[in-house]
Design a protein around this ligand. Structure first.
Ligand code: ZN
Length: 323
């Protein structure tokens, strides 16, 4: 079982040697302890999979990334799910270094990205192609490895949510010290926000729903935002992670939506507040961004339209048509 130092200082040679041993494995009920390359991939997997969504009843529904890793590791999907829950301090009987490793990777996402790339390159060197080990962090690394959507977490409600989650973790007594408990709880919430943002941006085809702006030839980070329709601070735990409560927009239209200058009705028609309409008539700078460039209906490819109850909430509590 690797130590925390061994995890953090994994070399190319060690990664290749570990893959060599994993490739020689046989399927068995109780597999050997997780090796460093497996732990790095399980930690990276939090960027795309929420292990808390899966348990005994729906374990067979785990996403493709997990199923492929399970095949490669000669382990079950359930084993990978449990290892992820060990890493984030939610499930007993993990290795001593699981939570400290998760904690370190939360503090230094660039280090996590570097380890991930080393593990992936070593796998390719050993003949493991993308069909067996897909590059599931490709977009994250292209965007600088930092978590997405974090500006949507307002400070005070975030602290309250962290304290609530930390109290649950503390009750289970799986995390060593108080500081680590808070950091692990905060990272669980930040990872949830990251997965929400990625899912929403994908639903909208990485394009502003209001004006079709799509920065395909530029780094996307910051130029296209995924926001909650019903704001995060007003949501319950389910609503915070529900992609049907998401909208993708360029910074201009994101801010206008948050400020209640525009809204969307149940038929996905875009409405402009009267004060915005008046401003357009006298102010060419406003007309430039909210005139013909603004679509009359929200653009969302496929079937992943926002849910009516969130749009109604926005109309009632944020849209300011009477001002
Ligand atoms: Zn826009």
């Amino acid at each position: 079982m690797p130590s925390l130092a061994a995890l953090l200082e994994l070399t190319d040679e060690q990664a290749r040697a570990e893959w060599g041993r994993i490739l020689q494995r046989e399927w068995r009920e109780r597999q050997e302890p997780y090796r460093t390359v497996e732990l790095v991939l399980c930690c990276a997997l939090f960027r795309v999979v929420d292990p808390h969504r899966f348990g005994g009843q729906n374990i067979h529904l785990m996403p493709d990334e997990v199923v492929r890793l399970a095949d490669l590791f000669k382990r079950s999907s359930k084993s990978i799910n449990i290892k992820m829950l060990n890493l984030d301090g939610s499930y007993a009987n993990g290795a001593a270094c699981d939570v400290p490793f998760f904690d370190q990777m939360a503090a230094d996402p660039v280090h996590l990205a570097a380890l991930y790339e080393r593990v992936l390159l070593a796998a390719r060197h050993m003949g493991i192609g993308p069909e067996r080990l897909p590059d599931f962090l490709e977009d994250d690394i292209a965007d600088g490895a930092m978590l997405s959507g974090q500006a949507g977490l307002p400070h005070r409600p975030l602290i309250e949510a962290v304290e609530t989650l930390a109290a649950k973790l503390r009750a289970r007594q799986l995390v060593a010290d108080e500081g680590q408990t808070f950091r692990v709880a905060e990272q669980q919430i930040r990872l949830g926000q990251h997965r929400f943002a990625k899912e929403v941006l994908a639903n909208y085809g990485h394009q502003c729903g209001f004006c079709d702006f799509a920065p395909r030839s530029l780094p996307r980070k910051g130029l296209l935002l995924a926001s909650h329709i019903k704001p995060w601070a007003a949501c319950d735990d389910f609503e915070r992670l529900d992609a049907a409560n998401g909208i993708a927009a360029c910074p201009m239209h994101d801010k206008a939506f948050d400020a209640g200058l525009i809204t969307v009705n149940g038929g996905l028609r875009v409405h402009q507040a009267r004060r915005l309409q008046r401003s357009r008539e006298i102010d060419p700078g406003v007309e430039h961004s909210f005139g013909p460039v603004l679509r009359s209906t929200l653009r969302i490819p496929g079937q992943a339209a926002p849910a009516a109850l969130y749009l109604q909430w926005h109309q009632q509590h944020v849209y300011a048509d009477d001002v």
